[in-house]
Design a binder for this molecule. Structure first.
Ligand code: NAG
Ligand code: NAG
Ligand code: NAG
Ligand code: NAG
Ligand code: NAG
Ligand code: NAG
Ligand code: NAG
Length: 297
């Protein structure tokens, strides 16, 4: 300090504490609006320099039933037996790509997802073999269920010819990321029916998805710059405001992507859009909780 007399020090201390008391009172009085302003400023995705943008651009994030009596499938009095196995845990990393800030207070982007197997958090290995319902045969069966007898006979003949069964045994790796080739899938590709396009060559619940920028589709959502309450709410997915898979309200693109939204107090439900479901879902609040001394509502 420049001035160093005892009187001066006292005066400085006194005036500084005065300033802090006044600041404190002001902060208490204006905390809500101060908080709101900082929050709005930092959380909106108005541009790539806000905290909200940093948090949202990359977000980290993570099961099978073994069918043990498939030989009883034609036995009407037998119940199928399923034994739970796993979990097989992956680390899921989201990276936003091609982020464009639009003049209408929206942001457009793609989401690239990367997965990494976490053996220490898993029970079992990816080489475990399990038996489950053959998703392709089951889907084809469902598709031709009400078709003409001749169509059903044809499909049935083909399934028998290719020795496809309603039960299928593969490794966990094949079911998840590696995928496996399937004669019925091949046939669907060869038939090239415009109303029934299968966008993948191999079957696996997550095949072709690791590292793909476009798989999850093109998102457009409000960035909260004009109205923080709209932060994160989807406007379009794949350039449309509806999905073609469900009728009425179930096909609406509604809610947030589930990663970022304006947290009003006393929120009872949140609406999320899931590109995996091609639909929006509503989650209900279950309880309040405390974390690191902060109240979560
Ligand atoms: C699934 O069940 C089969 C027999 O039904 C068994 O050989 C196999 O090891 C089981 N897989 C796992 C992962 O437990
Ligand atoms: C069919 O299932 C019932 C009930 O589980 C069982 O008692 C019977 O032995 C089964 N029949 C055959 C042929 O496996
Ligand atoms: C992402 O941006 C790059 C460069 O601007 C462009 O070449 C690419 O086609 C874009 N990707 C998509 C899926 O639009
Ligand atoms: C905002 O502009 C972008 C880019 O022009 C467009 O894709 C999007 O549909 C627009 N959104 C709204 C809600 O108007
Ligand atoms: C996904 O891709 C990344 C990068 O290419 C790779 O490191 C990772 O092992 C892949 N994950 C799986 C489950 O194949
Ligand atoms: C599938 O059909 C479309 C027209 O419906 C055609 O343009 C395309 O080349 C066909 N693909 C194959 C692999 O035959
Ligand atoms: C969805 O888009 C269509 C035109 O593409 C428009 O007529 C309709 O009003 C939009 N619906 C909503 C809920 O924005």
């Amino acid at each position: 300090m420049v001035c160093c007399t005892a009187r001066c020090q006292k005066w400085t201390t006194f005036s500084l504490s005065g300033v802090f008391v006044v600041l404190g009172i002001l902060t208490i009085c204006f905390w809500d609006s101060l908080f709101h302003n900082i929050f709005v400023h930092e959380m909106s995705l108005a541009n790539s320099r806000t905290k909200g943008y940093e948090m949202w651009k990359e977000t980290p994030n993570s099961i099978f039933f073994n069918w043990t009596n498939p030989e009883q499938v034609h036995n009407a009095s037998a119940k199928p037996k399923f034994v739970e196995c796993g979990p097989y845990t992956y680390y899921e990393h989201h990276i936003r790509e091609n982020v464009t800030f639009n003049s209408n207070n929206t942001v457009s982007f793609f989401t690239k997802k990367l997965w990494k197997f976490l053996p220490e958090r898993s029970v079992g290995s990816l080489k475990d073999k399990i038996t489950t319902l053959n998703p392709i045969v089951a889907t084809v069966g469902q598709l031709v269920r009400y078709k003409h007898y001749i169509v059903r006979r044809g499909v049935n003949f083909f399934i028998e010819e290719k020795k496809e069964q309603l039960a299928i045994t593969k490794t966990i790796a094949e079911f998840i990321f590696d995928g496996y080739e399937d004669p019925l899938l091949d046939l669907v590709h060869k038939l090239n029916i415009s109303s029934f396009k299968v966008p993948y060559s191999k079957f696996g619940w997550f095949a072709d998805r690791n590292g793909s920028v476009t798989y999850d589709g093109a998102f457009n959502m409000y960035n909260g710059a004009d109205d923080i309450e709209k932060l994160g709410i989807m406007t379009t997915w794949n350039y449309q405001n509806r999905t073609q898979y469900y009728r009425d309200g179930c096909g609406n693109i509604d809610g947030t992507t589930g990663e970022l939204w304006y947290p009003p107090r006393g929120i009872e439900t949140i609406k999320l859009f899931s590109s995996d479901l091609c639909s929006s879902i509503e989650l209900e609040k279950s309880s309040d909780y405390m974390l690191h001394g902060l109240e979560g509502k």
